[in-house]
Design a protein. Structure first.
Length: 265
């Protein structure tokens, strides 16, 4: 099919394989009226999963569908439940409409954070269209192939974020909701790919086990498997300037290609 579907909320590329790549934190746009209420450091949208859509651009060659949002997670976090229930009880995290940055600093100027009514409006305006499209594409692919793998592509600064985790995050962090969001066979294939390379260290179901999208949509019994990969950004970009480093990225992309190929095996 290979038909792009664009809106002011997301871009959806429809492919031909039983694979859907979702990049819910790739967007960085913050509307001017919201940015005016934010502290200067937040206006840069520093907690964006920078350049992941560039990293995964090759997925189209594999026949994958790809959905990418336009707006920053500071507008609304597409990987949080609409009722904002914590995904990691007892641990620091950021919410549906984050009030704190990954550093623990405030997102908003004093008194400017959104109230419950505004959060609800953002859910309807930004969150729901993305999830409607995501769910629809999952069902389209499942109807065509009898199965679908939802690949959640993420990245994060890999160190100096004590608000979220201590020390250094592994290079590659595979999450399957502790094995609940995909079949044992798929997890084993992905672990085999990770264990068979020496360029990156990795962990499975460590600090990042999968967010709302992985946990909500992953239903292996229905033929819908979901996997999250959280990449430490040092492996393909400068974590301070956000500049993309194509030399590093090319090496990483070769491994990502093997991982996505394993989902289609």
């Amino acid at each position: 099919m290979n038909v792009p579907h664009d809106s002011d909320i997301f871009t959806l590329h429809r492919g031909t394989a039983p694979l859907l790549v979702s990049l819910p934190h790739d967007g960085s746009h913050i509307p001017d009226e919201l940015a005016a209420r934010m502290v200067p450091s937040a206006r840069r949208a520093p907690d964006t999963d920078w350049h992941v859509s560039v990293l995964y651009d090759f997925a189209r060659e594999l026949g994958a569908s790809v959905i990418v949002p336009r707006h920053s997670r500071y507008v609304v976090d597409l990987n949080r439940p609409p009722d904002d229930t914590s995904l990691y009880p007892g641990q620091n995290t950021t919410g549906l409409c984050p009030a704190v940055q990954f550093t623990g600093e405030a997102v908003y100027l004093d008194g400017q954070a959104p109230d419950e009514a505004e959060v609800a409006q953002r859910v309807e305006r930004y969150w729901r269209p993305y999830h409607d499209a995501l769910a629809g594409e999952i069902e389209r692919i499942r109807a065509q192939h009898g199965r679908v793998v939802l690949w959640e592509g993420h990245s994060i600064r890999g160190s100096d974020l004590p608000f979220l985790f201590e020390g250094r995050l592994p290079d590659l962090n595979l999450g399957t909701s502790s094995g609940a969001s995909c079949s044992p066979a798929l997890q084993q294939r992905l672990e085999a790919v990770l264990s068979g390379q020496i360029d990156y260290d990795h962990v499975v179901n460590g600090r990042f086990k999968g967010g709302y999208i992985t946990r909500h949509y992953g239903q292996p019994a229905r033929g819908v498997e979901a996997v999250q990969l959280e990449i430490s950004q040092r492996n393909y970009m400068d974590e301070d300037t956000f500049a993309y480093e194509s030399g590093k990225a090319t090496v990483l992309q070769a491994l990502l290609r093997r991982l996505l190929a394993a989902t289609l095996a």
